[in-house]
Design a protein around this ligand. Structure first.
Ligand code: SAH
Length: 221
């Protein structure tokens, strides 16, 4: 990193990141380790370069291929739910996108499995996180609605794209007492947190939020 870049980082990133953390606290995010982590992850490196000056603002931003990274509060809320309710063993993320949520999950879970249906985003996130030294993530280019191959059982599943119903294969991936977090557009757009209890689902949390849609199939470069 050049001295100019470093100066930019100190003068722009730190104050904005700390303001972002203050805003998260103001909205009730209380997990100190999560707040500290989000304060140090360079969020401006995960968004399209033209929007990097807005990276710490309370807004979703473009990450390429018509996809968006969620606003910080939504990422923090979903992660805080995961940390409150799930075991921190193995988590499956559907919708790698920029890799920002993956980066956060990798800090807390022993193993992260992440699936992306857009080839360029899959490659970009893999490269980005590897260059940041993140090495407990397995990446898959595919349609995440099919779940993870080899029937590996997960402690938690987080879907970061919105659907009308839960893809069945994803519910099969989850252990009993496992936690599912996903945005759902029925009856209105919201994120929810459910626990698998036998063949029933116990709803633990909901909050209104918008996401890009969960789509079928794969898209190539
Ligand atoms: N967690 C991401 C959010 C990205 S937006 C981040 O932190 O940046 C949602 C992502 O889900 C997009 O990249 C989109 O391509 C992907 N997606 C949508 N449907 C999918 C599917 N069926 N399987 C895998 N990824 C999917």
């Amino acid at each position: 990193m050049s001295l100019r870049d470093l100066n930019w980082l100190v003068s722009h990133t730190e104050p904005k990141a700390s303001k972002m953390i203050d805003q998260l606290r103001g909205h009730g995010i209380a997990h100190e380790e999560l707040l500290a982590l989000m304060g140090t992850i360079p969020r401006h490196e995960f968004v399209e370069p033209a929007f990097s000056h807005l990276a710490y603002s309370a807004t979703p931003l473009p990450i390429g291929r018509n996809q968006t990274i969620s606003q910080p509060l939504t990422v923090a809320r979903m992660t805080e739910w995961l940390l409150s309710y799930s075991r921190l063993g193995r988590v499956l993320e559907i919708g790698t996108g920029s890799g920002y949520q993956t980066r956060i999950l990798a800090h807390f879970y022993n193993k992260v499995h992440t699936v992306e249906r857009q080839e360029p985003l899959y490659h970009q996130a893999k490269r980005r996180l590897s260059s940041m030294g993140v090495n407990n993530v397995e990446y898959l280019f595919g349609d995440g609605q099919a779940g993870w191959p080899n029937q590996v059982e997960m402690d938690a599943v987080i879907i970061t794209a919105m659907a009308s119903k839960v893809p069945l294969a994803l519910t099969h991936c989850l252990k009993q007492q496992g936690i599912l977090i996903m945005p759902i557009d029925h009856p209105n757009p919201q994120i929810g947190c459910w626990r698998k209890e036998g063949d029933r689902w116990k709803c633990l949390e909901t909050e209104s939020a918008y996401f890009v849609p969960l789509l079928e199939g794969m898209e190539y470069a």
